[in-house]
Design a protein around this ligand. Sequence first.
Ligand SMILES: *[C@@H]1O[C@H](CO)[C@@H](O)[C@H](O)[C@H]1NC(C)=O
Ligand SMILES: *[C@@H]1O[C@H](CO)[C@@H](O)[C@H](O)[C@H]1NC(C)=O
Length: 258
Amino acid sequence: MAPSYYRAPYADPSTEEEQLVVEKDEYTTRLPIQARRSSPLVSWFVRLALVVSVVANLALWIRARTLKVDTHQMFSPAIPFIAYEDVVTTSGFGRDISPYMGKPTPEKDELWRGLYNFGISRIPMKDAARLANRTVPIGNDPGYYAVTLDVFHELHCLNAIRRRLWWDGVPDPEEPLMDMPHLDHCVDMIRQNLMCSSDITPLPWVWDRTQKKALAVGKVIRTCRNFDMIRQWGIDNKVREFNTSIYVEDPLGNMEIN
Ligand SMILES: *[C@@H]1O[C@H](CO)[C@@H](O)[C@H](O)[C@H]1NC(C)=O
Ligand SMILES: *[C@@H]1O[C@H](CO)[C@@H](O)[C@H](O)[C@H]1NC(C)=O
């Protein structure tokens, strides 16, 4: 479900356009008549108002550009799928727990995998050409390139850590990357991702009557990117078949390591 407030500020462009047209009409019909009638003082005032208006608009434009710097974002093919919404998160304590918590069961594991198991995506060459870090063409899918949105990678990593924490010695053929070098990589990727996104939601403290002290709580409302939309992008652009052993000549120029 797309959060409605995302579009609210842009709602009903038709009425906005109509208003603009009406204003323009008033301008073109009334202004010349007023100008002919007005005294030199009034006409000087109109000119001053015009200058003030131009300066004010310039200031707004500069401010808008500064705001854009605040929301700086490198190109990603999923940018059109970013939508913000306010979400109440669970604290994970007492009865305020999420279905992703607790001892792994086939259902819980499926829930976790459902967050990312479409993780490799195919993007058209025109998008691949815009990536800050270039990627490889898919051998058996001409004109398409492979990427993984980092959120899916981080979720896969977190799931591997979770499974290792609940590890009961039974290897999981669907989650083979449970060795320490991989988990070590995962912990550090998640650390960097948390620092990169620096969630500034203020967690409040509340008085706990039983413990007779104030505690920081996690059940708060916070501004989030709508994950369902990003997940849907992942599902819709899931790679069809990606044989990573096929070398492809890249018209954009081959990138290689080692
Ligand atoms: C991605 O780009 C950054 C910045 O240019 C560079 O430091 C990094 O090595 C690149 N990664 C790869 C895999 O080429
Ligand atoms: C992938 O490509 C390699 C190299 O061409 C080939 O040997 C291999 O059989 C392919 N694998 C599959 C599953 O098609």
